[in-house]
Every structure is written in structure tokens, then in C-alpha cells.
Design a protein around this ligand. Structure first.
Ligand code: ADP
Length: 389
């Protein structure tokens, strides 16, 4: 057996999964044997490792990406035994216009990806720090980058552009769309599991702390609610979602806000947190009696509904609506409220099935309504396995 490690490196965390696969003849589907994450990179890092039904937490103290990876390597060694890590897969937020598929990483591609940092300044530098650390820690393994933007490169021009002078489009000011690994997994799962949904028009709602939606047709992305950055579209835990650009101008002119202040406001202080003034966590808001919590949830639901209508129109109809992500998979109240009043689209659900954890198919009308657990790490592991051959 050989091992594959998947990494998702953020500013203060590294999420990882460990997979084993057989030798020869493609090696078969990678089998997940451990998952974990390092939180609090910086002065108070800690490593959480889940394996074989157990969970271990280790305080690491001061740790950067490099020290974090070393800690991961030490922690998974007993699980790996004699199975060497032959491939490391990385979640990379931005692949620009050039990357339509996972790519084997080398110095040249890393330089190109570093050139995309202005397009995703809050994520790309940390993804690349994780890759560089992994290249040092696993010099003999292939390193594969899997891009959140790649799945959306199939957008037709009208869903890839803004109505700006053409030179900005050429320069890269486009609607990239994100959460591509999740949409890749979910659309593949839906087609494999439901033969009647081959080539179907599927609207997928990835509702987590980050949230977006996508219209997929025959496993190709037609349109996404996210655009140039991961702040567009739906309101999220702390991000505004769609906002009139004139609001930004107003804030600059009347509140003296500079780019950094506005970035903080629209990425970190808005969304469910900003509206409620209570929390970015949907569970907390659903349990709260505060009017502001209710209003934040109302706004979230309204924007998801609006996006379903828009994406159904882009697909020329809708055959299936899929909920995924932490909120989509777990918050039955949100699914119920989103589907309320969508009978005109053929979307109706069984209230009992919707409230029963683990029930996948909850629709009662012509549109299949599904609750699917996403698995972005598996998409990465499969990409690494396919490059290993
Ligand atoms: P991320 O975008 O960070 O991956 P997740 O997909 O893990 O986020 O989703 C986190 C969100 O899911 C949080 O808002 C959390 O409150 C919500 N969530 C998780 N479980 C439940 C639940 N049982 N009911 C309601 N919301 C939930």
C-alpha cells in the first residue's frame, strides 16, 4: 500500500486527510484512514487527529506552516507504518484562467500561482505556504494542486464576465466562482447515484460558513453565485455576499475607509455575524430569540431562494436541488424555509424526511431534492491517485 496526504492550508489552520491505496492497476479508490487539523497556527497551535474512532488533541505551542507539517508527519507516522506517502494533494483557491484541472506542482507553476495572489490575497498566499512546506517535508512525493476555480472554467462568456471595458476581462477580472472541489464531488455523486439525473440540470447549494451556489448541467458548471472573489453572491458567516459597489464608494468617501478597512468589513465583520451582532454560527442564530438573529437568518434564506430562481433560469429549468455544506447538510430548518414557496418550480419536500438525519432524498415533487455530504478531500485524493497512475 502507499499513502496519499491531502492538505488545505489556511491563514491559521491546516486541514488534512490521510488515504491508503493499493499498488498497481490504478490502485483502486483511496481509503480514508485518518483526518485532522491544526488550529491556531502562530503562538498557540494545536493538532487534532481522528483515527479509528479516536480523537487526540496535542498542544504544539508556537508553530508556522512548516512546523505544523512536521507535527502532522510525526502524528500520522504510526498510522502509516511502512506505507510511504507517495503523493500530496493541495487545495488551492485560485488557478486563474489557465488551470482547468488538477496540476502536478513544480517551481514554475508555484511562481505562476504566486502571481495570482492579488486575485485571492486572503487565501492564496497561505495555500502556497502549505505547498512549499509540503515539498520540503515530502521531497519524494508528487505534489498535486487542485483548484477551487477549475470546475467553473466551463462558464459561458456571459457568466464569466462583468460589464466592464473588455481590457479588464482580458486582464483577469472575471467571475471565477469557488467551492469547485465541492461541486465536482457533489455533481459526480449525484450522477453516479441517480441514473435518472444523467446530464440533468442540478442546482447545488453549498451552504457552510462560506456559502455559494452553482448550476451544473452534465457535470459542467454553467453559472456560480460567487464571482471575482469568494465574497460575492450569498451572505455567509462573516462575508456580505452581493453588495452594490456604490456602497463601497460611499464608505470610502464618507467614512474614510481604505482598502484594508473595507476588506475587513466585507470579509470578516459582515454576513450573519454583522447582521445579527451575535454570531457567524447558524446553530447559535437558530437557537437565539433575538430579533437581529431572526433577521439575519431571514436574509440568508431569502438570498438562497433568489439564487435558486436565478440559477434555475440559467440552466433552462431545474431537475434537482442539492443541499450540502455544514448548514445545507445539517440545518433542516433552513432547508425547509428555503423550499417554502418554490412549488412553482416543482420543488416540494416531505417535512418528516427533511427532519430525519441521514435521509438523502427529501423531495416529493418533480424536482429531486437531495441532502448530500460533500467530500472535497476525496476529490483531491482521487486527483493525486490518478496522477500516480
Ligand atoms: P466551512 O465553510 O468553514 O467549511 P462548514 O461547511 O463546516 O463551514 O459549515 C459551518 C456552518 O454549518 C456553521 O454556520 C454551523 O453553524 C453550521 N452547522 C453545522 N451543524 C449545524 C446544525 N446541526 N444546525 C445548523 N447549522 C449547523
Amino acid at each position: 500500500m502507499s499513502a496519499i496526504l491531502t492538505l488545505n492550508a489556511g491563514s491559521s489552520s491546516i486541514k488534512f486527510s490521510v488515504y491508503l491505496r493499493g499498488e498497481g492497476d490504478g490502485g483502486g479508490e483511496p481509503e480514508e484512514v485518518a483526518v485532522g487539523q491544526i488550529d491556531g497556527l502562530g503562538p498557540e497551535a494545536k493538532l487534532i487527529l481522528k483515527h479509528d474512532g479516536t480523537k487526540a488533541v496535542t498542544d504544539l505551542g508556537q508553530a508556522d506552516h512548516k512546523a505544523g507539517l512536521k507535527a502532522i508527519l510525526d502524528a500520522i507516522q504510526p498510522i502509516l507504518g511502512d506505507n510511504a506517502v507517495t503523493g500530496v494533494g493541495h487545495r488551492v483557491v485560485h488557478g486563474g484562467t489557465g488551470h482547468l484541472a488538477p496540476a502536478v506542482l513544480n517551481d514554475e507553476i508555484l511562481t505562476e500561482l504566486a502571481g495570482l495572489e492579488p486575485l485571492a490575497p486572503l487565501h492564496q498566499p497561505h495555500n502556497l505556504a502549505g505547498i512549499r512546506a509540503a515539498m520540503e517535508a515530502f521531497p519524494d512525493a508528487i505534489q498535486v494542486g487542485c483548484f477551487d476555480t477549475a470546475f467553473h472554467r466551463s462558464h459561458p462568456f456571459v457568466n464569466d464576465t462583468y460589464a466592464l471595458p473588455r481590457k479588464f476581462f482580458e486582464e483577469g477580472v472575471r467571475r471565477y466562482g469557488f467551492h469547485g472541489l465541492s461541486y465536482d464531488y457533489v455533481s459526480g455523486y449525484v450522477e453516479e447515484t441517480y441514473p435518472d439525473l444523467q446530464d440533468a440540470r442540478v442546482v447545488i447549494a453549498h451552504l457552510g460558513n462560506g456559502a455559494s451556489m452553482c448550476c451544473v448541467k452534465g457535470r459542467r458548471s454553467i453559472a456560480s453565485s460567487m464571482g471575482f472573489s469568494a465574497v460575492d453572491g450569498l451572505p455567509m458567516g462573516t462575508r456580505t455576499g452581493q453588495i452594490d459597489p456604490s456602497v463601497i464608494l460611499y464608505l470610502m468617501d464618507n467614512h474614510g475607509m481604505a482598502s484594508k478597512d473595507i476588506s475587513d468589513l466585507i470579509y470578516k465583520k459582515s454576513g450573519l455575524l454583522g447582521m445579527s451582532g451575535i454570531s457567524n454560527d447558524m446553530r447559535t442564530l437558530l437557537e437565539s430569540d433575538a430579533e437581529s438573529a431572526k433577521e439575519a437568518v431571514d436574509y440568508f434564506v431569502a438570498r438562497v431562494k433568489r439564487e435558486i430562481g436565478a440559477l434555475a433560469a440559467m440552466g433552462g429549468g431545474i431537475d434537482a436541488l442539492v443541499f450540502t455544506g455544514g448548514i445545507g447538510e445539517n440545518a433542516w430548518q433552513i432547508r425547509e424555509r428555503v423550499c417554502e414557496g418554490l412549488e412553482f418550480l416543482g420543488v416540494t419536500i416531505d417535512a418528516g424526511a427533511n427532519q430525519t438525519r441521514g435521509t438523502e432524498s427529501i423531495g416529493t415533487g418533480p424536482v429531486k431534492v437531495l441532502v448530500v455530504q460533500t467530500d472535497e478531500e476525496r476529490v483531491i485524493a482521487r486527483a493525486v491517485a490518478s496522477h500516480l497512475g
